[in-house]
Design a protein around this ligand. Structure first.
Ligand code: FAD
Length: 403
């Protein structure tokens, strides 16, 4: 039987796994299959620094020589197309067949699209890949009126950049508030006020009734009975787990590839990591799917342990960040459905943190322009410490003093 570890997907999770395996001296057994032609690159800057300046290049995870030095075989610009679980082989779109001892699916997520739009209009964008970002950046430069459908992190980051470039920007959010899946109402309200103060027209409860299309272009969007003319439309309506390969070979999938705490799928010879997984939350065991660099990197480390025969159930603290114009948002932990909130002022008037307690324990901290408090909050949460709210919200007391 082959002793190869074949990794599908050269995103954050796939590359971190390569790094962990190389560190363990297993690089020569690893083959990394990447559908994209670029060397593996960081995705977060695509909606941040990369979009802002035509001079900005991709931020690569590793140089090509690093993979070669580690003994890792890199397959670029070729998608994996099928898994034969009985024979333990992976077929690539080129027709090549890779035998595996272990297969790791790190296939990420794909941007959600709208079925009500005609296929491939030339001025409609999603943002997931370097190719998407290059196309968006080029068209953004020429556009005057930008509509962003969806008030989630990526849509709002793009909106902030477009607004800073002087575009007339409208954000259309169907829900009564922004970022309803990931931020508390209090912080979401602050984000809304910041975008509006910058001159972005943010419409909540926006019901999109249709689009006006001329030739290959969407020229307007009809929303709440109004016609909104546009030059460029960005769809920021979330992402779906990329589980096509997993489904086709019969692995259990349910809002992502279902894995256990050691990241094994329903086939013990196949692991899955990163955005594509649905994993049991540490403690509660409830199924969870996260889209974050932290989750991708930490799951890769857990998978590396599993591949080396060590059981280290995944229990990392979730954390995330987003940059939107003057706002740096940082979250540690997940906002609990119920509990108490306490506001901790930051060092500057426009910075603060919201501390969430549930069952008498600190569960989550959201920070706005307060990076030191975010770092301290991560340490507190990782250590399971819960300072009394009054003390933790005393600005005279550094949060890190409770760590
Ligand atoms: P990905 O990075 O998506 O990598 C998956 C890779 O698998 C892709 O390269 C894909 O082409 C490849 N692939 C899929 N199917 C196949 C196949 N059949 N064969 C071969 N290859 C395949 N997270 C944060 O924490 N903070 C942020 O500020 C932030 N900003 C973001 C901004 C943008 C624009 C985007 C798109 C994401 C952002 N994220 C952010 C999310 C973060 O980038 C993802 O959570 C992270 O990339 C997940 O890593 P991954 O390896 O699971 O998936």
């Amino acid at each position: 039987m082959s002793d190869s570890i074949v990794v599908v997907g050269g995103g954050h999770a796939g590359v971190q796994l390569c790094a962990a395996l190389a560190e363990a001296g297993l690089g020569r057994r690893v083959q990394l299959v990447c559908a994209e032609p670029e060397l593996p690159y960081q995705r977060p800057p695509l909606s941040k620094a990369y979009l802002k300046s035509a001079d900005e290049g991709l931020q690569l995870h590793r140089a090509e020589s690093w993979f070669a030095d580690a003994g890792i075989t890199l397959h670029r610009a070729v998608a994996a197309s099928a898994v034969d679980r009985g024979a333990r082989t992976l077929t690539l779109a080129s027709g090549a067949l890779l035998p595996y001892g272990w297969l790791v699916l790190a296939t990420g997520a794909r941007a959600r699209r709208l079925t009500t739009l005609p296929p491939s209009p030339s001025n409609v964008h999603t943002l997931r890949s370097a190719a998407d970002a290059a196309r968006l950046r080029a068209q953004l430069a020429a556009a005057s009126r930008v509509a962003v459908l969806g008030g989630g992190f990526i849509g709002l980051e793009i909106a902030a950049t477009a607004r800073a470039q002087g575009k007339a920007v409208t954000v259309l959010e169907a829900m009564p508030r922004l970022l309803s899946r990931s931020l508390s109402a209090e912080v979401a309200e602050h984000v809304l006020a910041s975008h509006r103060a910058a001159g972005t027209d943010v419409r909540l409860g926006a019901k999109v009734e249709g689009f006006d299309v001329e030739g290959e272009r969407v020229v307007a969007c009809r929303v709440n009975g109004e016609r909104l003319a546009l030059d460029l439309l960005v769809l920021g309506i979330g992402a779906e787990p990329e589980d096509t390969l997993a489904r086709a070979c019969g692995l259990a999938c349910d809002n992502g590839i279902v894995v256990d705490a050691c990241l094994r799928t329903s086939d013990p010879a196949i692991l899955a990591i990163g955005d594509c997984t649905n994993f049991p939350e540490a403690g509660s065991g409830r199924p969870l799917r996260l889209e974050s660099v932290q989750n991708a990197n930490d799951q890769a480390r857990t998978a590396a342990a599993t591949l080396q025969g060590r059981e280290q159930p995944y229990a990392a603290l979730p954390w995330f960040w987003s940059d939107q114009g003057p706002l740096r948002l940082q979250m540690a932990g997940l906002v609990p459905a119920e509990g108490e909130r306490h506001r901790r002022p930051g060092a500057k008037p426009e910075s603060f943190s919201v501390l969430h307690y549930a069952g008498g324990r600190l569960r989550c901290v959201e920070s706005v322009n307060a990076p030191l408090d975010h770092m301290a909050a991560r340490k507190l949460l990782e250590a399971g410490r819960s300072p009394p709210p009054e003390a933790a919200c005393d600005p005279a007391q550094p949060l890190k003093s409770f760590v």
